[in-house]
Design a protein around this ligand. Sequence first.
Ligand code: ADP
Length: 211
Amino acid sequence: MELTKRQEQILQIVKDDGPITGEQIAERLNLTRATLRPDLSILTMSGFLDARPRVGYFYAGRPAHSMMSENLHKLIVNDYKAMPIVVPESSSVYDAIVTLFLEDVGTLFIVNAKGFLAGVVSRKDLLRASLGNQALETMPVSIIMTRMPNIVTCTPEETLYQAAQKLIDFAIDSLPVVRPLEEGRNMELLGRITKTTITKAFVELGNDPTV
Ligand code: ADP
């Protein structure tokens, strides 16, 4: 829940000088008690403040759900990204499959000769290519990859929450973390965010006693 500037001011006053009456808070803010009433009710009902008759308002602390949500939105992709596992465009489907096993990942990023992001290959893409019993050693991985500009990406500055939202919206397992260069024509590959990254962050949040 986002607090308004005035609600934040009220919280600060109660934190510093509580218990304090509504009347006194209104005086401090140069407002009438009537003007403050809706803010005080919101803060009391949402658990920020405790009200005792004839004593006044006490600071009750940020409600747990509010802290959880605030902390969640502070997590930044840059702090959680893992190394991207890449193969060159010219690699064969066979080599891509070997890399997938050796690196123990579910998605590979394909880079062009200049090292920029060219495509994405998932384990099902590779499985599909293998089904036809084709010559996997000679088939370039670029034939089966999902290619630019259809790749869903994220930047290091985005929140982990925004990245997780993209994984859900596009029903994919992995996002390349990129820095667009030359007005977005090329993508420098900086890392990867996967469903595992999100699961790890989720567990970390749950283990943090301050959340
Ligand atoms: P799997 O296919 O193994 O279930 P995904 O759900 O991640 O794995 O991939 C589904 C499809 O989406 C695949 O064809 C894959 O190439 C493509 N894909 C995977 N990641 C991305 C991405 N970041 N942007 C666009 N397409 C992607």
